[in-house]
Design a protein around this ligand. Sequence first.
Ligand SMILES: [Zn+2]
Length: 313
Amino acid sequence: MTFALFHAPLREPSQFVGYAGNIIDRQSEKRSDDSVERALAENSARLMLMRGGRILLKVRDDGYDAHFTSSDSAPYAPALDQAVLLGQSAQGPVLAVPVGIDIETLPEEIKAIDYRSVNVQGLLDPETLGTLAQGAALLAWHASHGFCSKCGSPSDMRAGGYRRLCPNCKTEHFPRTDPVAIMLAVTRERCLLGRSPHFLPGMYSALAGFIEPGETIEGAVRRETLEEAGIRLGRVVYHASQPWPFPYSLMIGCFGEALNEDISFDGTELEDCRWFSRPDVRAMLSGDKSLGIFVPPKAAIAHHLIRGWVESD
Ligand SMILES: [Zn+2]
């Protein structure tokens, strides 16, 4: 089996963002209703254990390990009937499994760490962080879609966790991915950054918003930028994307060419929004805390949009 197929070409921008390193062989054409049982029966099966937005990690001398065997996951009350099969890794099948254990009672050598911190602190290799995003998104979808949205009956998991079937009305339901546009409006010399009230003090980032039904990516980028900041955009170009497991989004990062520079924002969605020059942004990217303002870390796609613009001509 070769995994080269799943490796991105060198320098594809998406490969530098957090949660984007997933190279598991999903074998989507081979999913059957007993995929999970068959995978769990393999000695090489590795389980990623999750609960309440956190993943259980084994503390090692040289870092963290996110994979458990079937037997060493037993003390943490894995709900194997709710396990989903992520695919085949070079070491064997990988599954995501919700666990029932109260995370306050975990032993010293196991930590339950929230998905955001795992990404920002770089606790896992990119490939494992990518499968975490896949598993987290699927488990979150199942947790909130246990009932048929057509007739209200409890539905059953099928196809290794990639489908739910209603036994009453036979409707099939599929896991969803919610697209979010994140965009950097730019002029020749400046880029537009805003502050949401829930950001860390001093952090400025690219604007973002959900893509709505019936909308193109470009349309959403233009609408959100106009609504949030009063800036009209001309040309919009795609740059990179990022799986975002909160709970199951895909961030789609774009640049937009600003047609006006007079900002207007209402103070609710954004508490501040300003133009920043290239030297300003270079300083913010440098991590110099004395400035009091900074941009999101490398784990976030916003960082790569901002850096991509600064480093371009
Ligand atoms: Zn139904």
